[in-house]
Design a binder for this molecule. Structure first.
Ligand SMILES: C[S@@+](CC[C@H](N)C(=O)[O-])C[C@H]1O[C@@H](n2cnc3c(N)ncnc32)[C@H](O)[C@@H]1O
Length: 304
């Protein structure tokens, strides 16, 4: 598996880029179509395409500016890279006012290159909207955002591996799941449950635990294989609710690293993220993948 130098579509908080090697090992080789109803920056689909593990992809997200950005990556990558370069270069020497001006323009016109610039420049590449639905995250003053030549390289590589075999949709995850077929394999990474309360925003209703469980149950009944990244824990503190036993999922914890916050407070707590495999996913794989059975030090090596 090629785990190094996997391109990144764009900076995105919550990206599963660092866990791609482990999660990819849970997607059967020669999968016909990988479906990501909560795509974000689609780190797992990009990694699967980079490794030629999957024939085609369906990327969906409820956030429409994000899917407009995906549309530009797949259908007009050169124009997107050129626009990003122009916007990025023009910030120099007046970074703060310039960021605010681009943010105002994005809140008015919602153009993909502006959104890309905001993601590259804002604190933690996180999307935050205020009550009136305006993007309001502040710039990270320590850096100028990904350099245009690096952004161009990433955009073109992601375009190259996904362009002819990817379907894009914008909307709620439930509409996607209901249209999946038996030959699909679904990877779900819903908004993180634990750290902040899920609030409805202009683009998406929060994902309600009971409704999510109901959809997973329906996938089991319809015999659609799936894996889910869900809760996590640092030391003994668990974030989010565990998925119920009734779904008959295989639960594993992936070692992510040491919590920087805990280290600062003088505690050393390791952070884990949960990964759940549906019974049919395990059967399709032939067994539980080796990476989920190893002890944590071996899994850690995979990230080096
Ligand atoms: C944790 S992120 C996914 C990150 C992704 N795995 C990656 O590698 O970048 C969750 C995504 O779910 C989207 N989302 C939130 N509510 C949704 C809903 N009801 N239906 C579909 N997508 C939703 C958010 O916009 C966000 O992009």
């Amino acid at each position: 598996m090629r785990v190094n130098n996997i391109p990144q579509a764009f900076p995105y908080q919550g990206s599963k880029r660092k866990l791609a090697s482990v999660i990819l090992a849970c997607i059967p080789k020669n999968t016909r179509r990988l479906v990501e109803p909560f795509a974000g920056s689609a780190a797992i689909s990009v990694a699967a395409a980079w490794n030629e593990r999957v024939d085609s992809f369906w990327l969906n997200d409820a956030h429409s500016p994000l899917m407009a950005l995906w549309n530009a990556i797949l259908n007009a990558p050169l124009a997107l890279a050129d626009d990003y370069e122009k916007i990025w270069t023009a910030q120099q020497g007046r970074e703060k006012e310039y960021y605010n001006a681009v943010r105002d323009r994005f809140n008015r016109d919602s153009q993909p290159a502006d959104f890309l610039f905001l993601l590259a420049r804002c604190v933690k590449a996180a999307i935050r909207y205020n009550r009136s639905g305006e993007f309001n995250n502040s710039p990270d003053h320590r850096r100028l955002g990904m350099k245009p030549e690096t952004m161009r390289k990433n955009i073109l590589m992601v375009h190259e591996v996904l362009r002819d075999q990817t379907m894009l949709t914008t909307g709620d995850f439930r509409a996607v799941l209901r249209k999946t077929r038996k030959t699909d394999f679904v990877y779900m990474d819903p908004p993180y449950q634990g750290v902040c309360k899920n609030r409805d925003n202009r683009y998406a209703k929060s994902v309600v635990f009971e409704e999510f469980v109901k959809e997973l149950n329906a996938l089991n009944e319809r015999q659609i294989p799936f894996i889910v990244s869900y809760d996590g824990r640092t030391g003994n503190t668990i974030y989010g609710e565990k998925l119920p036993e009734s779904l008959d999922l295989f639960h594993s914890e992936i070692f992510v690293g040491r919590s920087t916050q805990a280290t600062l407070l003088g505690r050393s707590h390791d952070t884990y993220e949960s990964l759940y495999l549906s019974p049919l996913a395990v059967r399709r794989l032939g067994d539980i993948p080796r990476v989920l059975r190893e002890n944590e030090s071996t899994v850690q090596l995979l990230f080096d």
